[in-house]
Design a binder for this molecule. Sequence first.
Ligand SMILES: [Zn+2]
Length: 339
Amino acid sequence: METYTPKERLARALTGQTVDRMPAVSFTQTATVEQMDACGSSWPEANEDAQKMATLAEAGHTLVGFEAVRVPFDITAEAEFFGCTIKAGTKEQQPSVVGHIVKDMSDIEKLKEYDIDQGRIAVVCSAIKILADKYGKELPIMGSMLGPFSLAQHMNGDEWFMAIMTDEAFGHALMELTTDFNIAYAKKMAQNGADTMVIIDPTASAELIGDEFYEKFVVPAHKKIVDAMREEGVTTVLHICGDTTSGLNLMESSGVDAISVDQSVDFVTAVGKVNKAVIVGNLDPVNVLWNKTPEVVKEASKKVLDTNSGILAPGCGIVSKTPTKNLQAMVEMAKGHTY
Ligand SMILES: [Zn+2]
């Protein structure tokens, strides 16, 4: 069987083409304290500075063995860009969104003029450029961003879930703002060298809002982003947290290449629920990757690999205190799985 570069292998695996073996990657955040100590670039500085961000992303490849580099590590830069209040992160903890800025239509109007080259999203784009210049020929360059529904929720607060049900015009207006932003941001990442786009939309879950509202508000938004990325030759992976089993067919209807499922989804069931989309996941980041031994990681990896479908990966963002040896156990299992 032909062998591929990691970049070719992942692109093929994400689009359902034959590969020689399993790619060894994480579609969700990769940074850990052990990597920070080894490479000398730590949170929170690595969230703010392009070179530091690239250095820490690189450690996922050089130290852990992931066959890709991926930025950023958190999902707050998008809400921060629009002016939401952010609680600063630490070396072990990611920053979080604590203040919301959109109450009504007039607030949305005020946010429509923006400069994509400003703020921390520009830092992420610069980090992608640094990584693409160094690794772009060989490794997949993964960009990731918070998806439009969760960004709208960051901007509007928890009222958002009620708002889409009681004020459709407002719901659509805010989704249009966030979706247009996501497309502009993702295109910029693609222009800087990203070849794989991970859309992290944790609260855009049919489990939370029901199929009807998911289909109305989320699917068209994701479809626009996926279409824009396809034009750029970029593959797309959609990650939504929680038990997404019943919503998988709706998630797939956006046209995404792959769907990242977490540990609350049964991998085999998920594979059976989709037509074409590649299922990726779903090692438990807490109860397997962080808190257990390499042996347990290998066992859990084997369960996914034995399905002979999809791509083995962490089920959600890697916890910062995760031991390197546990991540290496997953990488080793992936590399050893031939077809
Ligand atoms: Zn998740």
